[in-house]
Design a binder for this molecule. Structure first.
Ligand code: ATP
Ligand code: MG
Length: 405
């Protein structure tokens, strides 16, 4: 069949009242960005749906990309024909030939926005239904739960037919819920946390700590590559590299081993919070999960969290690791995440960090450090780039390795 259009139905929109325009505007923008490699498409947002005219392009790769975009409930491949009813009949029958297998039931459902058309919705349903029954004598109609539903829409510019409906990603269009900073490591959890933030419409900016010469260029590229994976859900993402070596060296030289981790994390959070403030973010997201490792006990979270009152959202906080991994596989970040590059935290990880750090001791040990100076020097050297959909940062050899893992 020669499909002419993809018809996109909006997600949670009905609950959003007067935010409708911003929802539709954002979704339109995000779809346009994610499909930027297909300039031939015409993308038109309407009140109830978004229409993507294929203008001769193959729908398959475009549908694959659409499946990832948040704010889409479902979408259907449609064919536009003229208002000649014989053509409508022929197309409906062709569609049934494509979809029908013995034993299946069907129904025709018509909507009309062109109220001047010579047939009304009932007449269209009946006439098409009859034509299909003549072509497939053994077929049965089921108005409540048909196996195949031929949807017909009479619009001013033509009549649209479809039967294939694909489930979209749900959620809200990225950018409709404000901006947050995601603390992105190279691990499994934080990209998944980022995915969930995006799903609720939050525009995220990546804050990544790295520690050259202790960490490699590859570790940095891995974090950028993970960012690139997440761009498929809503378009480009800012990537903020924050140098962390001097802070880690200083902490290591001056703080008892059991408190290295807690105090490093407090610095990370302070820095992230300052960057957030400079960039107009409203919250911080991270990939912490309760009880997963030493830094993620409730005591530890409390000791780290003490440096700020900014909301810290932890989308994977209560998930089991196996469930987090399943999401990571689905969003295609898992194979990258498990590539073995030294992360700034592994390099300076103490052999036995305190799982129940004491708040007073934490603050006391920290007070011997020049907190403001360390933070300022790091902030002075941050680097911000933009990661676009399709950008790659790892060479192909590494890709091969990761696909073998
Ligand atoms: P992940 O899989 O996300 O690395 P993890 O289980 O390895 O998580 P930790 O290494 O303890 O856990 O990190 C906890 C959280 O702290 C991470 O999910 C991330 O949000 C943040 N974080 C850790 N390292 C970095 C880093 N180098 N840059 C930015 N954020 C980081
Ligand atoms: Mg980690």
């Amino acid at each position: 069949m020669k499909y002419t259009e993809i018809m996109v139905r909006y997600g949670e929109l009905s609950t959003k009242g007067k935010n409708r325009n911003s929802f539709i505007g954002r979704l339109h923008g995000n779809v346009t960005k994610v499909l930027k490699d297909y300039p031939e498409l015409t993308i038109q947002p309407h009140r109830d749906r978004l229409h993507i005219q294929l203008n001769g392009l193959d729908a398959k790769p475009i549908m694959e990309k659409l499946k990832n975009i948040f704010g889409i409930q479902t979408f259907s491949l449609s064919i536009r024909v003229s208002k000649d009813f014989e053509e409508v009949k022929k197309t409906a029958i062709d569609m049934m030939h494509e979809a029908y297998e013995p034993g299946m039931t069907f129904k025709v459902g018509t909507k009309r926005s062109d109220h001047d058309y010579l047939l009304d919705t009932n007449q269209i349903n009946l006439q098409l239904g009859d034509a299909i029954c003549v072509e497939f004598p053994e077929i049965k109609v089921d108005l409540r739960k048909p196996d195949i539903k031929i949807s017909v829409e009479v619009r001013h510019d033509g009549i649209y037919l479809s039967y294939l409906t694909v489930k979209g990603a749900g959620g809200l269009p990225v950018g409709t819920a404000g901006k947050g900073m995601l603390m992105l490591s190279g691990g499994i959890d934080s990209p998944v946390a980022g995915y969930f933030a995006l799903k609720r419409g939050v525009e995220i900016e990546m804050v990544h700590f790295f520690s050259p010469p202790y960490t490699s260029e590859q570790a940095l590229n891995k974090a950028k590559e993970l960012t690139s994976k997440l761009t498929s859900f809503g378009g480009s993402i800012k990537f903020i590299e924050v140098p962390f070596a001097e802070i880690q060296e200083t902490i290591k030289a001056n703080v008892p081993e059991g408190y290295l981790m807690t105090i490093q994390r407090r610095f990370m959070l302070r820095l992230t919070d300052m960057i957030r403030e400079q960039r107009g973010g409203l919250a911080i997201f991270n990939g912490e999960a309760v009880g997963q490792v030493a830094s993620q006990t409730l005591e530890s979270m409390a000791a780290i969290n003490e440096v700020t009152t900014t909301p810290i959202l932890r989308p994977v906080a209560t998930m089991d690791k196996t469930d987090i991994i399943r999401v990571a596989e689905n969003i295609d970040t898992f194979n990258l995440s498990i590539m073995p590059f030294e992360d700034c935290c592994t390099v300076f990880a103490p052999p036995s960090p305190k799982t129940k750090p004491n708040m007073e001791k934490t603050i006391k040990f920290e007070s011997s450090l020049d907190i403001d100076g360390l933070i300022q020097r790091s902030l002075d050297n941050i680097k911000i780039t933009t990661v676009e959909p399709g950008d790659t940062f790892m060479d192909s050899k590494q890709d091969e390795i990761s696909s073998l893992l």
